[in-house]
Design a protein around this ligand. Structure first.
Ligand SMILES: [Zn+2]
Length: 157
């Protein structure tokens, strides 16, 4: 690291990026499966006028918070269904319109089979054909057709 860089007053993150000589080639995204956190959440702030991006892997930080403040972070082994006002303690089967994201699939299997995430990831990484596919929901649009004094309801979907 040159003295010029230090003298410029750059942040430690920028100095590190410059010292390794490149910018990150892996983009952090929610559900990128780059960590073992159940809920992968990335905070990102960027500005072209500053030519700088700040990415914070919030999920991993929450895990650190839990270690330091165990009474302030809790993991609840259930999902509260607002519609039925009940706790659901067994994972639902996939019913999404798009295919199940890989990161969610691995965590779903780990929870359902009560096995470690790393083990599930290793076992299912090459078995993508088993990953639940999306089920596009059929949207029927009723249409009233009147012909010859008779009425016909037709559904388009
Ligand atoms: Zn994480």
């Amino acid at each position: 690291m040159t003295t010029d860089v230090k003298a410029a007053g750059l942040s430690p993150g920028i100095i590190e990026a410059l010292s390794i000589g490149n910018l990150p080639d892996v983009e952090w995204q929610s559900e990128d499966d780059l960590c073992d956190c159940t809920f992968q959440r990335i905070g990102m702030w960027k500005n072209p006028y500053l030519a700088e991006t700040l990415e914070v892997r919030l999920c991993c930080i929450w895990a650190k918070f839990a270690e330091v403040f165990p009474d302030m972070v809790r993991t609840i082994p259930g999902y509260f269904n607002e519609n039925t006002q009940e706790w659901i303690t067994q994972p639902w089967e996939w019913n999404g319109e798009a295919e199940m994201p890989k990161a969610i699939w691995y965590r779903h299997l780990a929870r359902k089979l009560n096995r470690p995430l790393a083990e599930i990831r290793a076992e299912y990484a090459g078995k993508d054909e088993l990953r639940p596919k999306g089920r596009p929901q059929r949207r029927e649009i009723p249409f009233l057709l009147t012909q010859g004094g008779m009425e016909f309801w037709i559904n388009f979907g």
